[in-house]
Ligand binder design. Structure first.
Ligand SMILES: [Fe+2]
Length: 155
């Protein structure tokens, strides 16, 4: 399986300097709003400056940039190309991040606003789904970062 799936919006009305977007995602049952005030990183690096990643077992993310730009780094051991990097802006649509995909994101210099139109199952618990994993604690993850050349998408 390969990674990149985008759920595009529909612009359903335009008036002078105003755009109306339909951003509905039928399967979504939760919405998180994540604001980076500057070139912030989610999750932040660990105390020694190593990259950290989130991975969800009970939430599929659909991350949609509303303002600014955000670059997502995705690693999934089951993909043919396990390391993928996607740069999103407001026109990109929502990036779907499947279950069990390590992911982190970095904003452009001016920050970004992202709405995550998530799909949670009944076993979702906030305190379990948002535990950052440092690359130094996961040899397989660290190995991919060091040895695999990422596919880089600009969408
Ligand atoms: Fe996530």
């Amino acid at each position: 399986m390969s990674a990149i799936k985008l759920n595009k919006h529909k612009i359903f009305k335009k008036t002078d300097n105003v755009l109306f977007y339909d951003i509905s995602i039928k399967e979504s049952n939760a919405s998180d709003l994540v604001i980076h005030e500057s070139a912030a990183i989610s999750p932040p690096n660990d105390d020694l400056g190593n990259k950290q990643f989130y991975i969800h077992s009970h939430q599929i993310d659909n991350n949609r940039v509303i303002s600014g730009s955000r670059t997502f780094e995705l690693i999934n051991f089951s993909w043919d190309r396990p390391y993928q990097i996607v740069k999103l802006n407001r026109d990109s649509g929502a990036l779907k991040i499947p279950l069990n995909t390590y992911h982190r994101s970095v904003s452009g210099e001016k920050g970004s606003i992202v709405i995550n139109q998530a799909q949670r199952d009944d076993l979702f618990e906030t305190n379990k789904e948002f535990r950052p994993v440092s690359v130094v604690k996961n040899e397989k993850l660290n190995n991919i970062l060091k040895t695999v050349k990422p596919i880089i998408y600009k969408i």
